[in-house]
Design a protein around this ligand. Structure first.
Ligand SMILES: *Cc1c(COP(=O)(O)O)cnc(C)c1O
Length: 355
C-alpha cells in the first residue's frame, strides 16, 4: 500500500476518486455555515440531505463518510442475519467492501450473472428462494448504477422497472447503489428520480466524478433513514461540523453534474484509440460513461506488470481488475488531450512489449 502520493503519476486514470477539490469548491467549503451534525444541527449538511432527497425523490437522506458505509448500512437495515441479497456477481460489496456484508449485516450474497452487471427480471425470479426451512430467505434485490466492473454500463429505465416489479411481487426490498447514478443520468437522459423511484434506498457518491473530497448521501423514507442513523451512530459515522465537507457536496451538485458528459466523451476517445491495437478486446460502442474496461488476450500479457511499466515509462496510471484486464476511468482532473496521450502511451507500450 502506497502511503504517499506517487510522484510518477502524470495522468491518473486509476479512478474518478482521484479528483481533487477545485478552487471554487474549496472557497465554498471555507465559507460553509456549520453546526453539530450528530445533533442534526449542521445547516449545510441539512441542505445537502434535503437537496439529495429531492433529486432522488425520497422523503429523507443521511450524510455518510463513504459510499461503502451507505451500502453496508442499507444491507443491515433491509436484511436480518442469514437472509439473502440478490446481486450481480460484479457487485461492489462482493469485491471491495472488506467482507462487510458477512461481517456487519451477516447476510448471504446470492450472486447472479448479468450482462456487464445488468441482469434481467426473470433471473431475479429464478434466484428468489422458496419459503422452506432449509433455504436462506431472500430479503433484498440490489442494483448498481452505473455498473463499475461492468465498464460503466447503464441500466435502462425499463430494465430497472421490471426488476423492481419482481422484487415487489415477492415482497423483497430493493436498493440502488447509485455511486455513479449521475453518470447514467447524463448518458441516458433519464432523470435520477425516475431511476430511483422504485427503490427503498438509494445513494450517490460525492467523491467520484462529482469531485468532492469526502462523503456520500443515502436516501429513503423516514423510517429507513431513522434506522440508517442508528447504524451510522453505532458504527462511528456520526460527525460534528461536517458542513465543511457537505459544502463541497453541494458545490458538486451545482457545478459538476452536467460536465460528466465531457468525461464520457473522453472515455470514448480513449476506447477508440486503445481498441485500434489488434490485441485489445474492446468495442468502443459499449463505452457509455466514464469507465473503460478491456482485456488483452495475448498469452504473455500480464496486466499487473503492464500497468507497472505504463506508470514507470509513461507516467500513466490505470487499474488492474483481472489477470489480463485493465480499467481506465476519466474524470474532471484529466483533459481530453491528457486522455489521448494516455491512450497512445498504452498502445505504444503494447506494441513494444507484447509481440
Ligand atoms: C466507489 C463505489 C462504492 C464505494 O464508495 P466509496 O465512497 O468509495 O466508499 C460503492 N459502489 C460502487 C459501484 C462504487 O463505484
Amino acid at each position: 500500500m502506497n502511503l504517499t502520493p506517487n510522484p510518477k503519476v502524470r495522468i491518473d486514470l486509476i479512478s474518478d476518486t482521484a479528483t481533487k477539490p477545485s478552487a471554487g469548491m474549496r472557497a465554498a467549503m471555507a465559507a460553509a455555515e456549520v453546526g453539530d451534525e450528530q445533533r442534526g444541527e449542521d445547516p449545510t449538511v441539512n441542505s445537502l440531505c434535503y437537496e439529495v432527497a429531492g433529486l432522488l425523490g425520497k422523503e429523507a437522506a443521511v450524510f455518510l463518510p463513504s459510499g461503502t458505509m451507505c451500502n453496508e448500512i442499507a444491507l443491515a437495515v433491509h436484511c436480518r442475519p442469514g437472509e439473502e441479497v440478490i446481486m450481480d456477481a460484479t457487485g461492489h460489496p462482493i469485491h471491495f467492501e472488506g467482507g462487510g456484508p458477512s461481517a456487519l449485516a451477516g447476510v448471504m450474497v446470492h450472486s447472479i450473472q448479468g450482462n456487464r452487471g445488468v441482469f434481467q427480471a426473470n433471473q431475479v425470479e429464478r434466484a428468489v428462494r422458496p419459503i422452506h426451512r432449509h433455504s436462506p430467505q431472500s430479503a433484498l434485490v440490489w442494483v448498481e448504477q452505473t455498473v463499475n466492473l461492468g465498464g460503466g454500463h447503464c441500466w435502462r429505465l425499463g430494465e430497472i422497472d421490471e426488476v423492481v416489479e419482481v422484487a415487489r411481487q415477492y415482497g423483497l426490498a430493493a436498493h440502488m447503489d447509485g455511486a455513479r447514478l449521475f453518470n447514467a443520468v447524463i448518458a441516458t437522459g433519464t432523470s435520477a428520480s425516475s431511476f430511483s423511484t422504485g427503490f427503498d434506498s438509494v445513494w450517490i457518491d460525492l467523491t467520484k466524478g462529482l469531485g468532492a473530497p469526502v462523503g456520500a448521501v443515502l436516501a429513503g423514507n423516514m423510517e429507513f433513514i431513522d434506522s440508517a442513523w442508528r447504524l451510522k451512530q453505532r458504527w462511528g459515522g456520526a460527525m460534528r461540523q461536517a458542513g465543511v465537507i457537505a459544502a463541497a457536496g453541494l458545490y458538486a451538485l451545482n457545478h459538476n453534474i452536467e460536465r460528466l458528459g465531457e468525461d464520457h466523451i473522453a472515455a470514448k476517445l480513449f476506447a477508440e484509440i486503445v481498441a485500434s491495437h489488434p490485441y485489445v478486446e474492446l468495442d468502443p460502442d459499449t463505452v457509455e460513461t466514464n469507465i473503460v474496461i478491456f482485456e488483452i488476450s495475448h498469452p504473455e500479457f500480464d496486466a499487473s506488470t503492464f500497468a507497472e511499466s505504463l506508470l514507470a515509462q509513461y507516467g500513466v496510471r490505470v487499474s488492474v481488475v483481472g489477470p489480463k484486464t485493465i480499467r481506465a476511468v476519466t474524470h474532471l482532473d484529466v483533459s481530453n488531450e491528457a486522455v489521448r496521450v494516455a491512450a497512445q502511451a498504452l498502445v505504444d507500450l503494447l506494441t513494444n512489449q507484447v509481440k
